[in-house]
Design a protein around this ligand. Sequence first.
Ligand SMILES: *Cc1c(COP(=O)(O)O)cnc(C)c1O
Length: 403
Amino acid sequence: MTTTPHATQSLMDITTRPDAVFVRGEGSWLSDHRGHRHLDFVQGWAVNTLGHCPPEIARALAAQSARLITPSPAYYNEPSLQLAGLLTRHSCFDRVFFCNSGGEANEGAIKLARKWGRVHKSGAYKIITFENGFHGRTLATMSASGKPGWGTMFAPQVPGFAKAQLNDIDSVAALIDDDTVAVMLEPVQGEGGVVPASPDFMRALHALVRQHGLLLVFDEIQTGMGRCGPLFAYQHYGVEPDIMTLGKGIGGGVPLAALLAKEAVSCFEHGEQGGTFNGNPLMTAVGVAVMQALLAPGFLEHVRAAGEHLSRRLTTLAAEFGMKGERGLGLLRALMLAGDDGPRIVEAARTLQPVGLLINAPRPDLLRFMPALNVSLAEIDQMIDLLRQALKAIGAQPQPKAA
Ligand SMILES: *Cc1c(COP(=O)(O)O)cnc(C)c1O
């Protein structure tokens, strides 16, 4: 049963969706078919770097679609060369391969690491990944992910991914053997509940992989492109990976992802990697517009200031309602609840009148916030007000102030 004006039964039923059809977005605001406006702190799942329908992206799409949409990945095109140049100039990497989704970028990273192991490390192929990590929904990236049950859900899946514990260097060291080629992780586990790697762990991990001649692979699909404050989260840790993947925010809302590697690791031979839509000018022109926005003077400073503001406001709210606190990096943050009310709060927030709030609960005891990177401090304050209303709507009680 549905009260939306559209038939929904023709879509594969792969998740629970609210009874609303979203029709229009602008900046931090998203409206449904009933005209109900929502302050959006999901933003396409940390995808809309510049908010909904930013003029830079509309212009880039219109201009590029009138010039050249796709010549074939077998030919060079200008926007992909321009974007690859921007990414290599502003990172520690030398080579870029474009793809269409994060999962595809991580598949490429796994293939590249295995190829490197074949050529340089006597056929080593095992990649150490982490409990509660998330790397995508292809067969190999599900095996690489550390969600319980994900490695066997569509068995037989891809072998060769041993799981360590984030922030426990001994658990990584214990898994290394002669067949190990790489360690792959998210600098901040996003789907796992916004759990940052500690700086000490990252330094120890870097030393460990160097000692054993392993590759370090960062999945920055959620943490990259300014989300955590610096352009890439590895810069926050001061540790250079050998391979990095980008997705989500790099396209600002359109399907675009990238696999980046240092020169010495870029060992694909012709025919080993490719894809029909990979690096097409329509999407990479958008990537150029996103990169230029991030590199504009003051933009990343704003992300850091907005992240600190959000952190302070969440900390105060947590104290007000007796919650456990907040954590995160930059504008990827989570509020740790006192109980498993996450899904109820998400629903109460969405249905608030006259305006709703869109947030997400990656785990029942946690709310995640991933606003547009150009979100204003006033919008953050408004989000906190709406969240307080939603908390009261489900019966959460403000705690009496400590004397
Ligand atoms: C979203 C995500 C992916 C998967 O990206 P898709 O574009 O959905 O394939 C992989 N890794 C991380 C860290 C992500 O957040």
